[in-house]
Design a protein. Structure first.
Lengths: 216, 797
């Protein structure tokens, strides 16, 4: 069950998957997919993690695209774990991604992991302004109606750790959508300094997206 | 060699020392390829192990490493170095002795590799590191002897499995190497000898006089349930007064903390009493240890952290609080009293509750009859083998055939098949995934018949991750003040996560108030005189051994109990009158209503872990049968299940096949499995240990190993690491083997007694902590309620 809330003048839906849907614009927004993470770890650190996270992430993303019928998809940066990750994708995974992109307005926003130009279909942007909202990878102080990612926020409730959206009247920070991603506690100074005192954490990962006062 | 070199024998004579018979025997057997010495505590085991070395090196020793000594404790290595110095300096022998542990400085360690001492004292982990360097063949080429101290303790863990692989390597580098194992009393000496070497001889020292051991009788009978033995504090203080130094052993750290706190409330004479356990800060432990050696403490409340090794001053009484759960450990603990050869050790057992009276009696009988327990350990774990292959690759290129031939000379790996070995090698090289993803980035590459690291720089990371000890994530606890705070100890991260500011808990015997969490440190303030919330450190929970449970059932079978305290004998008689006592041939189940709910008790006597597993599986079966179970609680001897409907015949619930199927599904999402997976994944080299420094920065970059577990289960369910995880969990926390053993023992004889009310034997179960609710969508509902309350409190709902 999703949770509907407002940012600036937009009505937005936080989905239990950690994706954001904007019905008025037909926009689905996900952040920090980190596709190709296991390949990059193997290349850089020599550890050989189970190489299944890209297909797992793509499967969840495809389910969201189909469930929402989104016309436009915005990936909020760090979509690929680094510039070389795209080359390292399995052929099948790459084709799967290309099929998903086809027939939709697909926007890749640059993140700190994937700042360079990417050889993949879709438009590539530093940020996107749309009907009063701005989409970028890293939150900027003083921004209004801003949707960003980067921090992978997480919070604890009822003895369990949840990925979460952080929302106040100015901004929204999305949880990481990628399978192999950790999190930063909402009470970390980097996050509690950014969010207003009355900010909410919307917990994803369960059957229901539910809001609590942001733990700080 | 049967004689001591003149320098040594003169010095012994001057000191008035004479050797024990087993010390002479060790000298006589100096040339044997492998010898296991089993001797009681205080029997001069360590000197016996070193005498051949001292004798061989007494005159004009050649340069280079002669003897390697390995102990499970860093502190023991340092202690032995000091003790060896006495005869070496006294007899003026030209022998260089050094220790090498994680605490040894970088320059010292480098120098030791370039110019090794004659005798090097170290730990399994430091030996692993030494063997991971390219120069290992040169360093160990001349090695003559290896001495494994406290080998009985090492043999019970993965550290021991790893050590046998390392010794196999040493043997190849130094073919003339002779092995010596030093052990306390164990149940199965031949098994331990096989662990040491395929052909090890056994030398049994005189076990010394039988211990003086009895149950501590108190005026008030023990309570019906619970642990900790706090009811007996006056009696224990009385014993402390009558002895020089008393060790008071507890089974868990939390119980030790609670007991210590209450002990001080009653310690009107201000007897100097300290506390020692693994969660205390190093500074605190060292202070207590120093005070013990100096003889300035009258008693020490402690846990397994004092089970091993070092001779801590003049202990003349050991008190074991709570049933010992395991006879072998009890005997070894008793040995801590009176570290003098041929003096009986004195020990008292204190049952913490009524049932433990029977358990203590069973343990006393076992000690008197010299029967010890112990479960065979099973084959060497394969995650340790994976790490060993990585270590081998760090030291240089290797051939698979040669490595396999070497590995199967290590006791625990003697039955390892070539296919199992190849699967481990494939995991290390490629990840071993069904999806062959890492052709370009393989960890190991094969050139000709030689395997080697693809990227030699990876060796540094591999070395940082060597070892089989997996730390539970802990946070430091500091007393908040202006000077940065006094360290008090550590608590598990999961415990810290349950605290909210204002909560009180016990640590180091003081009640503290949780203030905040700052940079991986729990900040607390002093809160004397308040009741603690609770001290939960998840101290190791030991299940009662099979031997002890069988002895308990034997006691139940007696017609009368003249040697049990009257209160306990009456309790058992009453149980026999209203129902019956459990026995070894039948599985007794009692079914009765109580307090508006129906209850079912299963007296399986399978140990706490297995009874808990049984509770989970039976409630699942009951749910499917529409019997609406609501929860259960498990102890070492029984599982109590409550629910809405009465179970009149429990037998159909015990279908082994159905239980096994239930186990499979249940395991899928189980936290125990995830924890086991994490440990094996670290040991096998799939994930790196988290280092404190790295955790501080960029924490969003690291993710939980639970995600890897879930992903593997979904996409690669037959992966080697999942096989390993399953094996580990089945013989560890889940202990399904004992459920199977119990069902085989009763062979279908399952008796359900329908009774009008709670029975005497079942009554204590109602007071047990650790009740587990059965929940379907429970977690979501809990979160829903918690979220609603938070929003309401914030005025947002």
């Amino acid at each position: 069950m999703s949770l509907t809330f407002r940012l600036a003048d937009a009505t937005l839906i936080a989905r239990p998957s950690g994706a954001l849907f904007w019905p008025d614009q037909g926009v689905l927004c996900v952040s920090d997919l980190h596709l190709g993470k296991s390949e990059r770890m193997a290349r850089r650190a020599g550890t050989l993690l189970p190489p299944y996270e890209t297909r797992e992430t793509l499967a969840r993303l495809e389910a969201e695209v189909e469930a929402t019928g989104a016309r436009r998809v915005i990936c909020l940066g760090d979509s690929f774990d680094d510039a070389a990750s795209l080359d390292g994708l399995e052929e099948g995974d790459r084709l799967w991604l290309t099929r998903m992109i086809a027939g939709r307005d697909w926007i890749w926003i640059a993140g700190n992991h994937d700042a360079g130009p990417l050889e993949i279909a879709g438009s590539h942007r530093a940020e996107v302004h749309l009907a009063g909202l701005v989409f970028r990878h890293i939150a900027q102080t003083g921004a209004q109606g801003e949707v960003s990612g980067h921090y992978h926020p997480k919070a604890r409730l009822a003895g369990k750790v949840w990925r979460c959206f952080l929302a106040d009247r100015q901004r929204l920070i999305l949880p990481a959508f990628g399978t192999y991603t950790g999190g930063l506690w909402s009470h970390d100074p980097a996050l509690s300094g950014l969010m207003q005192p009355d900010a909410l954490a919307i917990l994803a990962g369960g059957a229901v997206a539910r809001a609590i006062p942001m733990p700080r | 060699m049967k004689t001591l070199p003149p320098a040594l024998s003169h010095w012994f004579a001057a000191k008035g020392w004479t050797l024990h018979p087993h010390q002479w025997d060790m000298l006589a057997r100096a040339g044997d390829p492998a010898t296991l010495l089993i001797a009681p505590t205080g029997g001069g085991k360590t000197l016996a192990g070193f005498l051949p070395t001292l004798a061989e090196l007494a005159e004009a020793p050649p340069k280079g490493l002669h003897t390697l000594y390995i102990s499970p404790l860093k502190a023991l290595a340092a202690d032995i170095r000091r003790n060896l110095r006495t005869p070496i300096e006294g007899a003026n022998l030209p022998i260089r002795v050094e220790d090498r542990t994680g605490d040894t400085s970088y320059t010292q360690r480098r120098r030791q590799r370039a110019d090794p001492p004659h005798i090097l004292l170290t730990t399994p982990e430091s030996l692993a590191l030494l063997l991971s360097y390219e120069d290992a063949p040169r360093v160990f080429a001349g090695l003559q002897r290896v001495v494994l101290d406290e080998i009985h303790a090492l043999a019970e863990s993965k550290r021991g499995d790893q050590l046998t692989l390392l010794i196999a390597r040493l043997q190849r580098l130094a073919p003339g190497l002779r092995r010596v194992g030093l052990s306390a009393t164990v149940e199965d000496p031949p098994a331990l000898a096989r662990f040491l070497a395929p052909d090890a001889g056994i030398l049994l020292a005189d076990p010394g006089p039988a211990p003086d051991i009895s149950m501590l009788e108190t005026e008030a009978p023990p309570p019906w349930s619970g642990g900790g033995g706090r009811y007996a504090i006056p009696a224990i203080l009385e014993q402390v007064k009558r002895h020089r130094t008393t060790l008071i052993f507890h089974n868990t750290r939390a119980q030790a903390e609670l007991f210590f706190h209450d002990l001080w409330l009653n310690n009107t004479e201000d007897l100097p009493i300290g506390i020692h356990h693994g969660s205390l800060s190093r500074e605190q432990r060292e202070r207590v240890e120093a005070a013990m050696v100096a003889g300035s403490l009258r008693a020490i409340v402690c846990t397994g952290s004092l089970d091993l090794g070092i001779d801590w001053g003049d202990v003349d009484l050991v008190i074991q609080v709570g049933a010992p759960k395991n006879v072998k450990r009890l005997v070894q603990r008793i040995g801590r009293a009176n570290h003098r050869y041929n003096a009986p050790s004195k020990a008292l057992l204190l049952p913490a509750n009524r049932f433990e009276v029977v358990e203590c009696k069973a343990a006393l009988d076992a000690v008197r009859e010299h029967t010890l327990d112990g479960e065979p350990r099973g084959p060497g774990p394969r995650d340790v083998l994976c790490q060993h292959i990585l270590l081998t690759a760090c030291a240089g290129p290797f051939e698979a055939d040669a490595l396999y031939a070497e590995v199967i000379t290590a006791g625990p790996y003697a039955a390892l098949t070539r296919a199992q070995f190849d699967a481990a090698l494939d995991f290390v090289a490629t990840g071993g995934y069904a999806l062959r993803a890492y052709d370009r980035w393989q960890r190991l590459k094969q050139t000709g018949s030689q395997w080697h690291l693809r990227d030699p720089r990876a060796a540094a990371v591999i070395r940082q991750n060597l070892g089989t000890i997996i730390d539970i994530e802990t946070l430091k606890v500091r007393l908040k003040n202006r000077a940065g705070g006094i360290p008090l100890g550590e608590v598990e991260e999961s415990f810290a996560a349950t605290l909210t500011p204002g909560d009180t808990f016990l640590i180091g015997g003081q009640v503290v108030r949780y203030e905040s969490l700052r940079e991986m440190t729990v900040e607390v303030t002093n809160q004397p005189g308040r009741d603690p919330k609770v001290a939960v450190f998840n101290g190791t929970k030991f299940a009662t051994s099979t031997l002890l449970t069988h002895r308990i059932l034997d006691i139940f079978a007696q017609s009368r109990w003249p040697d049990l305290p009257a209160h306990t004998a009456e309790w058992l008689s009453l149980q026999r009158e209203v129902s019956r006592l459990p026995d070894a041939d039948t599985l007794l189940c009692e079914s009765f209503p109580h307090d508006g709910r129906e209850h079912l008790v299963i007296y399986g006597f399978a140990g706490r872990n297995a009874q808990q597993t049984l509770g989970l599986l039976l409630t699942k079966a009951m749910e499917e049968a529409g019997l609406a179970p609501l929860g259960f609680v498990a102890t070492d001897y029984a599982t109590l299940i409550w629910g809405i409907d009465a179970v009149t015949d429990a037998a159909p619930l015990f279908d082994l096949q159905a239980l096994q199927d239930g186990l499979e599904t249940w395991l899928a999402g189980n936290a125990v499995m995830k924890r086991t997976f994490r440990a094996s994944a670290i040991i096998a080299g799939l994930i790196e240990r988290s280092h404190q420094g790295r955790r501080k920065s960029g924490r969003q970059a690291t993710f939980s190993s639970d995600i890897l577990y879930d992903t593997l289960r979904k996409y690669d369910p037959d992966h080697l690491l999942l096989q390993i995880t399953r094996e580990e969990a089945m013989r560890g926390l889940i202990d399904f083997a004992r459920v199977e053993e119990m069902l085989a023992r009763v062979a279908g004889r399952i008796e359900t007694r329908r009774l009008p009310r709670v029975t005497p034997l079942a009554a204590p179960l109602f007071l047990e902590p650790g009740r587990i609710p059965v929940q379907g969508a429970g977690r979501e509902r809990l979160a829903e309620d918690a979220a609603r309350r938070l929003m309401e409190a914030a005025g947002l709902a």
